[in-house]
Design a protein around this ligand. Structure first.
Ligand SMILES: Cc1ncc(COP(=O)(O)O)c(C=O)c1O
Length: 490
């Protein structure tokens, strides 16, 4: 290749990082952080240097400072939150992304990034079986994906009411009514607030035991008010992983000329599996969708996709042009036409690599494996006296509570503490429906049957000592005993 530059290649820096990455992902590491915040500050919060530090030493220092504070979501024994495991092909593509240093702002700032987005857009719409002429904005996460979808919604429902929010602004606009479950993911409420909506706009519909709104309530609430309307529906509730009746919700949205947005941060990936697609029936009728790449697809963070059926509404909401942002007729897509920001990492490279490496069957197999493992885990936990599963395990989430709810908070906290104490698995409790539950997400890339069998065995071993009539206080650190059950790593 022709050499354009004469910078010395800092091979040491890159080789060090690669060697370390290989060892990190191939070896056994603590799954929980081992250092306190104060200790981590000791490694990171150093005086700013006057003259800098040599690159290889910086990389060594970074590793030493960060490692004790890392959380093992790349480990198959990680169940605490809905987080992907950073697929290694995606990691390698991400390194190249940084190496190339591309800015996916406009076509001319990185034609390769722009065309990779075109490719990933087409693959995603195919895989998720959504309207093929929808547009996809590459954003950092599902929160921003909701922000983009709802920004397009805001503009479009106001436009239908004869009001151009892009020109006239939100102040003075007709009131927009927003219908959603009172237990919709908090980031949807955050995105709506960032878009200038507040409590006065929200029709929070009472959620059922799975956190979902009921179409009857929605029908009544929508019939009660006039004016522009947005419905926000859930495909995969954060705790129960339940799906709202999306077909019925879509019919109501259509009837009221409303925009329907679906939060499918992880749940929409069920559409990639022939066996689970039925769960999402009706989601394809929505106007926009928020989906994550860094959850089930396992693209390294940050990766979210804002998918909008109405390309023009999407563009109008995100529009930005300036004399220096050159556009030529023959250019491919302008990535920033679909995102809130202008300058950005070329996120599509990693998504492209992960999608290409898995293929359609690989992604379906990943989703199916996790769902089947979750079903098996739930079945095993059901057999443990005193524990009960609080959700219908149709996807990857398992919510565990006590059969006898007395002292549930103390017991669930003790169970989580004891599971975590061996630093072999990573779990967390959650507050939900005024209960303290153990919430397990089976979603880290390499988790399979062997891992969930081990976790179930650990719970079965630990639980009887906790579930005694006299257990009323939280278990203290020094009481913790390490379970004898081994942990499988792949
Ligand atoms: C259903 C749902 N919606 C939205 C989000 C927010 O996703 P992100 O953290 O990528 O912004 C999550 C995160 O777990 C989620 O599960």
């Amino acid at each position: 290749m022709k050499q354009h530059r004469s910078d010395p290649v800092p091979a040491d820096v890159l080789a060090r990082a690669a060697d370390y990455a290989r060892a990190y992902r191939g070896g056994r590491r603590p799954i929980s952080p081992t250092a306190s915040a104060a200790e981590l500050r000791g490694g990171f919060c150093l005086p700013l240097t006057e003259d800098g530090v040599a690159g290889p030493r910086v990389i060594d220092e970074l590793i030493a400072a960060a490692e004790p504070g890392l959380v093992g979501n790349t480990d198959p024994n990680f169940y605490a939150w809905v987080m992907g495991g950073s697929n290694l092909v995606g990691v390698a593509a991400d390194w190249l992304t940084a190496t190339w240093g591309q800015n996916a702002a406009i076509y001319q700032s990185s034609p390769a990034a722009a065309i990779a987005e075109e490719a990933v857009e087409a693959w995603l719409l195919d895989l998720l079986d959504l309207p093929r002429d929808s547009s996809v904005g590459f954003v950092s996460d599902a929160t921003m994906a909701a922000f983009v979808g709802l920004a397009a919604a805001r503009g479009e429902v106001l436009r239908r009411a004869g009001y151009d929010v892009e020109v006239a602004g939100l102040q003075g606009a007709p009131k927009v009514h927003i219908f959603l479950s009172d237990d919709a993911h908090v980031t949807n409420y955050a995105a709506l607030r960032q878009l200038g909506f507040g409590e006065a706009n929200f029709h929070k519909l009472p959620s059922d035991g799975a956190g979902l709104m009921r179409p009857d309530d929605l029908a009544r609430a929508m019939a009660r008010v006039q004016g522009p309307k947005i419905v926000l529906a859930q495909a995969g509730h954060i705790n129960s992983s339940g799906f709202e009746p999306l077909g019925e919700i879509a019919a109501l949205a259509r009837f009221h000329n409303a925009w329907m947005h679906v939060d499918g941060a992880f749940g929409l990936w069920a559409r990639a599996s022939a066996d689970r697609k039925a769960l999402t029936a009706g989601s394809e009728l929505a106007d926009s969708w928020s989906v994550d790449g860094h959850k089930w697809l396992q693209v390294p963070y940050d990766s979210g996709f804002a998918i909008v059926r109405h390309r023009d509404a999407h563009r109008r909401a995100m529009q930005k042009s300036a004399g220096y942002l050159n556009v030529a007729e023959e250019d491919g897509r302008n990535p920033s036409a679909f995102t809130p920001g202008l300058s950005r990492r070329a996120q599509a490279f990693a998504a492209w690599a992960v999608l290409r490496s898995h293929g359609r069957k690989g992604i379906a197999a990943l989703v199916d494996r996790h769902c089947e493992a979750a079903t098996e885990l739930a079945a095993r936990i059901c057999r443990i006296n005193g524990l009960s599963i609080l959700n219908r395990v149709a996807l990857n989430q398992i919510v565990i509570g006590c059969r006898d709810q007395k002292n549930e908070h103390q017991k669930m906290t003790a169970l989580a503490n004891r599971l975590n104490a061996g630093n072999r698995v990573f779990v967390r409790t959650a507050q939900w429906k005024e209960r303290t539950v153990l919430r397990l997400s089976v979603i880290s890339e390499n988790t399979d049957f062997r891992h969930v069998e081990t976790l179930a065995a650990m719970i079965g071993e630990i639980w009887p000592a906790i579930d005694t009539p006299c257990q009323t206080k939280p278990v203290l650190e020094h009481d913790l005993v390490q379970t004898a059950a081994g942990v499988v790593r792949s």
